[in-house]
Design a protein around this ligand. Structure first.
Ligand SMILES: Nc1ncnc2c1ncn2[C@@H]1O[C@H](COP(=O)(O)OP(=O)(O)O)[C@@H](O)[C@H]1O
Ligand SMILES: [Mg+2]
Length: 208
């Protein structure tokens, strides 16, 4: 067999092709504002690279406009690319949600339950990214908080990653997500709480 010019094995080149396809598909999911490549925070990049030292899950918090959502989208993209290295298990499934949309979706439907398929998808996706978890002005009901707990708990016991952005620290989300999720979060995000600090980038430019 002829080796390709850069000595890629057929397996490597097949994987690289899959990676390119997966990243192209993921790019279509990224809101236009967050598609630009940026330098990721070091700890965020470590998480995305799935290094041995990196925590499974990441809680990215800091003030408004500091770049949390942009870091999270780009870190997720980098994480997707990494899933084609080493222990490849197929194209990863990523669930990305703004918290307000997620809480809405987790409310009881006409039949009085949360759609089972949605629960399963949220519990088993290879990565669950929830943006701006404390953004809701009104806390979800206890019923919805209980569904959230079922998602977090199931992911925790299966060591499946959760990526969260928030403008408040993990100990301050209990009024939104409830006590049980907050308490689980202590374990889930141990070693994975990253504080992004700096100026509000939206106020940059002429006003700076
Ligand atoms: N590292 C970066 N380089 C350039 N622009 C950035 C960077 N991080 C964020 N931005 C831009 O700054 C603005 C605020 O970022 P965003 O991620 O929405 O902040 P947050 O989620 O913390 O409120 C957005 O327009 C975003 O594209
Ligand atoms: Mg944001």
């Amino acid at each position: 067999m002829t080796a390709s010019s850069d000595d890629e094995s057929p397996m490597d080149s097949w994987r690289n092709e899959r990676r390119t396809q997966a990243l192209a598909a993921f790019d279509d999911q990224i809101p236009a504002l967050y598609r630009q490549r940026i330098y990721l925070d070091t700890k965020v990049a470590e998480w995305a690279d799935c290094t041995d030292e990196a925590p499974t899950s990441l809680f990215l918090w800091g003030p408004l406009g500091v770049g949390k959502t942009h870091n999270a989208w780009q870190a997720t993209r980098r994480w997707v690319g990494r899933q084609f290295d080493g222990n490849y298990r197929g194209t990863p499934i990523v669930q990305t949600w703004r918290s307000t949309a997620l809480f809405d979706a987790l409310r009881p439907d006409d039949t009085g339950g949360t759609p089972k398929r949605l629960m399963k998808a949220l519990q088993t996706a290879d990565l669950l990214y929830i943006d701006d978890v404390a953004a809701a002005r009104v806390s979800p009901t206890g019923w919805t908080q209980e569904r959230l707990y079922e998602i977090f708990d199931e992911r925790y016991i299966n060591r499946l990653p959760i990526l969260i952005t928030s403008d408040v620290k993990p100990s301050q989300i209990s009024h939104i997500v409830g006590e049980r999720v907050t308490s689980r979060s202590n374990e889930i995000f141990r070693g994975g709480v990253v504080h992004l600090d700096g100026d509000d980038r939206r106020k940059g430019g002429a006003a700076a």
